[in-house]
Design a protein around this ligand. Structure first.
Ligand SMILES: Nc1ncnc2c1ncn2[C@@H]1O[C@H](COP(=O)(O)OP(=O)(O)O)[C@@H](O)[C@H]1O
Ligand SMILES: [Mg+2]
Length: 240
């Protein structure tokens, strides 16, 4: 499957989500994962480079790609169970190409006016992509939300702006927490720094809500394969 993390606004948390998603899929779901960095600033590519110098962390693969990457992404998807694309911060050719072939698009937005102003243009991008890729499953996710109860209205209002464009908005969201920034140090992730912390739980909730069905299918396949393997071994060794 191909999952793109995109949108138009810098700083909304695209690279952060793409990196944590890659760690989640590789470490917790045991999938083979390729990260694709489409941002010339190399945020994710540099993070992977730092990470792969630390043998205690699960190794990740990463390539940089720009421009018409549709065929390249399809061919990566034949070799890796999950291809996670960090689309950078603009309406680039790479982002459009990724949208035309991806299974999922995760679109982070902060509940702030300037982020919400990008929604109409993202809607246009999605509509064009859906003509080529009708199965694209796209969803906004609210990030860096204020946790004070008197600010909850802001989050609800932001969600309703997205819903007014008839685009799916995930129930799960991220709150403003220092661990997101701290965990990026030296190629680490939230999931590894505090696996049982609140931030790790909100990330898992986002990934599960986005991938729900596909995840379940993959896990079922995995289970079926392992059962077959056990049965084959039992026959081979005459046990069971
Ligand atoms: N939920 C959050 N709480 C606090 N900081 C966050 C959160 N999500 C992301 N960040 C931080 O915001 C900054 C920008 O995130 P980044 O993923 O680089 O954005 P983008 O790739 O969209 O430009 C990073 O320092 C990141 O650690
Ligand atoms: Mg980025």
């Amino acid at each position: 499957m191909i999952i793109l993390v995109g949108g138009e606004k810098g700083g909304s948390g695209k690279s952060c989500l793409a990196q944590n998603l890659a760690v989640y899929l590789a470490s917790e779901c045991q999938l083979t994962v390729m990260l694709v960095d489409c941002d010339p600033q190399r945020t994710t590519a540099n993070w992977v480079q730092a990470r792969n110098e630390r043998p205690e962390l699960t190794k990740l693969h990463c390539v940089q790609m720009f421009g018409k990457i549709r065929d390249d992404l399809s061919s990566l998807a034949n070799h890796y169970e999950a291809v996670v694309v960090d689309c950078g911060g603009q309406d680039t050719l790479a982002q459009r190409a990724a949208m035309s072939v991806a299974n999922f698009a995760l679109l982070p937005l902060r509940p702030k006016r300037r982020d919400l102003q990008t929604v109409p243009h993202i809607d246009e991008l999605l509509n064009t992509s859906l003509m080529f890729n009708p199965d694209l499953n796209a969803a906004f996710v609210m990030t860096q939300c204020p946790s004070l109860p008197n600010q909850a209205k802001r989050i609800l209002e932001a969600k309703s702006v997205c819903q007014s464009w008839e685009i799916r908005v995930l129930d799960a969201l991220t709150y403003q927490r220092n661990i997101y920034d701290d965990s990026e140090e030296a190629g680490s992730s939230v999931m590894e720094m505090e696996p049982n912390g609140k931030a790790a739980s909100e990330l898992r909730a986002i990934f599960n809500e986005l991938l729900g069905e596909a995840n379940a299918r993959t896990l079922e396949l995995r289970y079926a394969r392992s059962v077959q393997l056990v049965e084959r071994e039992e026959m081979q060794y005459g046990i069971g």
